[in-house]
Write a new protein. Structure first.
Length: 202
């Protein structure tokens, strides 16, 4: 009996010692959702909150059945290719790209891992997808078409301040949608008979 109890005790002890290893193995087996952002977590707080809420609504709880790994470039766009490559190497089951620079970095890093983007520019005009109804490849996403309403904002500004003659735009030249936005604003300004100038900064 004593020998049997000793064997049972050692068996339980051995099983307990294996629990942390089993737990770690289970954690590493969880699917990884990669987040790739050009800015920072703080500046993307609102979309991040919605993202986590959407995951929870779909039954995905961080640390339980999914791992979320975020890579932020902190405004240094040249870091995005390396950060995207790290998510591919992880490997991430899917990459969520926040902002157009992140989309292009993720697209260049992989042609097989699904990429979901959040963009304010026209993804077709910018060459991200083939079309809105048939994106093609491994990329799909959500578009706010904010660039397309830039000209409407300019029209409203002119209505509010009809005496304005020169309008400037402070923008980031490294953002892929900047050229498109400037072109639309300049076209709208010409129609309204105004001169439009652009001041670009990093």
């Amino acid at each position: 009996m004593a020998t049997m109890r000793r064997r049972n005790f050692l068996g339980v002890l051995g099983g307990a010692a294996a629990w942390p290893l089993a737990t770690r193995a289970q954690q590493t087996a969880l699917p990884v959702v990669g987040l790739l952002g050009a800015s920072s977590a703080a500046s993307s707080a609102t979309p991040l909150a919605s993202f986590h809420e959407g995951l929870r609504a779909a039954g995905y709880i961080e640390g339980q059945n999914v791992v979320i790994e975020a890579q932020w470039a902190e405004g240094q766009y040249d870091r995005l290719p390396l950060l995207a490559a790290e998510l591919v190497h992880r490997p991430a089951a899917i990459i969520v790209a926040i902002s157009l620079p992140s989309v292009f970095a993720a697209k260049a890093a992989t042609s097989t891992i699904p990429i979901v983007f959040i963009s304010a520019g026209d993804p077709v005009q910018l060459g991200v997808v083939a079309s809105l109804n048939r994106p093609g490849g491994n990329i799909t996403g959500v578009n706010f078409l904010a660039v397309e309403i830039a000209s409407k904002r300019l029209e409203l500004l002119i209505e509010v301040v009809p005496t304005v003659t020169v309008i400037g735009l402070l923008t980031n030249p490294n953002n892929p949608r900047t050229d498109v936005e400037i072109g639309q604003l300049q076209a709208a300004a010409r129609i309204a008979g105004n001169k439009f100038s652009c001041s670009a900064t990093d």
